[in-house]
Ligand binder design. Structure first.
Ligand code: WTA
Length: 680
């Protein structure tokens, strides 16, 4: 093992080893109604039919101008899909449904407090509201196609409405997850070059009305420090006419949306026909360095891909009631709450709060009341609901036909509870593996055609052709039982176009690893590197083991270890910090933090708390560590690199392996003692 490898502590290395599992088959009833019951579909999407196969997805959309070139590969790895095409995402998600579905619900909004009434937003009303907001963005905020705007909003109807208003104008939205700190938001404002921030006064979370607007003050300060001035802050209000925030409104900068709307009521805005290749949005995600990457997604390719996969894999019909519990602030929400489902004229449930509020029966009560039949969530939520209320689903009279899991590997035992208890043994499950960068699903069973296997994501979805390489670029065959780096051989329309402002990093992170000829114009020479480790079974099913890089997947959300480490270093007493993934019963993985102090300081509870607080302010509560260990020194190689692998093994109670080459072997023993003592 090279030194470089030995200092890494990846999720894949601490993955659990599972046995082969039995297969589960979809019911005849499910197959009979499925959008994609045709086993020939995978053959239609094989590599011989690449890239023309994707016409099938593009034809689910309405184009102002049909494209002339399916895929332009003249400048690898910048793939251009549907070249020559003109399209508008807002038109496809809203306007085109009006003749048939004007009075059908697009969204049914469920506020967290059970005492507040549901809000039903029909397609007609969605159209009205998107138009009014687009009018404000264009005529009041002066935004036009190609401008970026940052949305720091929680799960409220105003979030998809504002996104679609941006899309209507060709304005590029950058949604920052509501739970992120003001500082995180500010860094994303600066990186994207937004001069408008759209936020809300407050929202409900775990029974409390949180002050959210207060974060905008810090966001704007952070952004200004980085040279980007915000000249308008548009503030939605959770309860019209009342303010849930202590933060003052700044004159000539901050405006309440409900007040602005008084002048824009009933206004309409023609959707702007955008080139297929125009960016639709940015979505920031964590990578190996401290700076989050703004993944830039296209309009035509992205929309075609999420619509196609919502149709074939999510099996969404306009008659269904679909509920994806993800937050719209993550890619799952963008692709599989907003763009894919709305393009198919779905009826979606939008839930404001946490699934266990006020009790773990809440999701099943909502499902019963609204007749939800497609349910979409993540292993962390499934584990939490299973722990808090294993018997709850049986008490409610709902019936799912289809359920999704996404975001991290699901343990077979948890999968079986999802299948037997939540799905009542009737619903199919798709375990969808994909990433912020990939726009939509990469691997999953196609539910009416392929059986399920607990713990495996499944085979590839149509048109995606994965390959697993070892460190030397040799392909690992089916059934080899060896884990390697899973890559995708071919481009696909949902793939992101670049990292905003850093095309070099796009190439080096995702395409350089297995490219042998940087001058090649052949897409076959540019496998997409996912950063995940995987094993391919004899039957063609992939099992994902986790990240091989410095990313920790916490409850399905990506955190860069470097981001967390640099937050720790903001505490003046801290000399060095190392963050490793710790396996967690509910969240999958959580960060475990090791810090050493500068000379002259003593370990104390205050320092531990200061480290926790720094992480919360710099990133947000989701990054909160399980432990903060103040160690006398870090285990280090002779060249001075921190051995995160050793720390990860200690945190997870695993074999530490050979430490004889360390510069300071004696430190391992004392760190081990300290951790065993504190974990008790
Ligand atoms: C992990 C979320 C196993 C994986 C859509 C990936 C999964 C990272 C699965 C991307 C799954 C996602 N099984 N692992 N079904 N889905 N992952 O960008 O490590 O937030 O690289 O996108 O989550 O996380 P991201």
């Amino acid at each position: 093992m090279s030194e470089n490898e030995s200092v890494h502590a990846s999720e894949a290395q601490i993955a659990v080893h599972w046995q082969e599992e039995e297969l589960y088959y979809p019911s005849a009833e499910f197959v009979a109604q499925a959008n994609m019951p045709d086993p020939a579909m995978h053959a239609r999407f094989n590599l011989d039919n690449f890239p023309q196969c994707f016409k099938e997805y593009a034809d689910l959309l309405s184009w102002y101008q049909y494209w002339h070139t399916m895929l332009d590969t003249s400048d690898p790895p910048s793939w251009k899909w549907f070249v020559g095409g003109k399209i508008n995402a807002s038109y496809n998600c809203v306007d085109r449904h009006l003749p048939k579905y004007r009075n059908k619900a697009a969204f049914i909004y469920v506020p967290e407090p059970e005492s507040e009434a549901h809000i039903v937003l029909t397609y007609q009303e969605l159209y009205n509201r998107v138009n009014e907001v687009a009018h404000i963005l264009r005529d009041f905020a002066g935004l036009k196609a190609g401008d970026r705007v940052t949305l720091h909003l929680p799960m409220v109807l105003e979030l998809p409405i504002t996104m679609l208003a941006c899309a209507r104008l060709g304005v590029i939205h950058s949604v920052v997850f509501g739970g992120f700190s003001g500082k995180s938001c500010g860094e994303r404002i600066a990186d994207s070059g937004s001069r408008v921030l759209i936020t809300i006064d407050g929202y409900y979370r775990s029974g409390n009305l949180l002050d959210h607007k207060v974060k905008s003050d810090e966001a704007i300060q952070t952004s200004e420090n980085q040279g980007q001035v915000v000249d308008k802050v548009l503030v939605w209000r959770r309860h019209q006419g009342k303010s849930a925030s202590e933060s003052p409104m700044i004159e000539d900068r901050d405006y309440f949306m409900d007040q602005l709307l008084e002048d824009h009521s009933g206004k309409t805005v023609e959707p702007v026909p955008m080139p297929a290749e125009a960016p639709l949005f940015l979505m920031y995600t964590s990578g190996t360095t401290g700076k989050p990457k703004g993944c830039q997604h296209s309009t035509g390719g992205y929309l075609a891909y999420v619509t196609g996969t919502s149709h074939c894999i999510q099996d969404i019909h306009p008659e269904d009631v679909y509920w994806c519990m993800a937050d719209i602030g993550w890619i799952t929400g963008h692709s599989y709450i907003v763009y894919g489902p709305l393009a198919l004229a779905a009826t979606s449930v939008l839930y404001e709060g946490v699934p266990t509020c006020p009790d773990p029966g809440r999701p099943w009560r909502i499902a019963e009341r609204l007749n939800v039949n497609i349910f979409h969530t993540a292993p962390t939520a499934i584990r939490m609901l299973r722990k808090a209320g294993p018997e709850e689903p049986a008490k409610y009279n709902y019936e799912f036909k289809h359920m999704t899991t996404v975001g991290e590997p699901i343990e077979p035992e948890v999968w079986r509870w999802y299948y037997d208890v939540v799905g009542k043994g009737k619903a199919v499950i798709v375990d969808t593996w994909w990433q912020t960068e990939t726009g939509g699903f990469l691997c999953s069973t196609t539910p009416a055609i392929q059986p399920m296997k607990p713990g495996s994501t499944g085979p590839n979805v149509p048109g995606i052709h994965p390959v697993i390489y070892d460190e030397d670029g040799k392909e690992l065959e089916r059934g080899s039982r060896k884990a390697g780096n899973i890559c995708i051989q071919n481009p696909w329309p949902g793939a992101f176009q670049t990292i905003w402002g850093d095309h070099e990093r796009y190439i080096s992170t995702y395409y350089a690893r297995y490219n042998k000829d940087p001058d090649s114009k052949d897409w076959r020479d540019w496998p997409y590197f996912t950063g995940d480790a995987a094993v391919l079974a004899e039957d063609g099913y992939y099992r994902i083991l986790g990240r091989i890089d410095d990313v920790i997947n916490v409850a399905g959300h990506r955190l860069g270890t470097k981001e967390v480490e640099s937050a720790c270093l903001e505490v003046p007493e801290i000399a060095e910090a190392a963050v490793v993934p710790l396996a967690d019963e509910i969240k999958g993985k959580v960060p475990d933090v090791y810090v050493s102090l500068r000379p002259g300081y003593e370990a104390s509870k205050e320092i531990e708390h200061a480290v926790e607080a720094a992480i919360e302010t710099n990133i947000g509560k989701i990054a909160r560590p399980k432990h903060v260990y103040i160690v006398p020194d870090m285990p280090k190689t002779r060249s001075g690199k921190i051995m995160r692998r050793v720390l990860a093994a200690i945190s997870n109670g695993q074999d530490i392996g050979d430490v004889s080459t360390l510069a300071n072997t004696e430190i391992v023993e004392s760190v081990l003692e300290m951790v065993q003592g504190q974990q008790g």
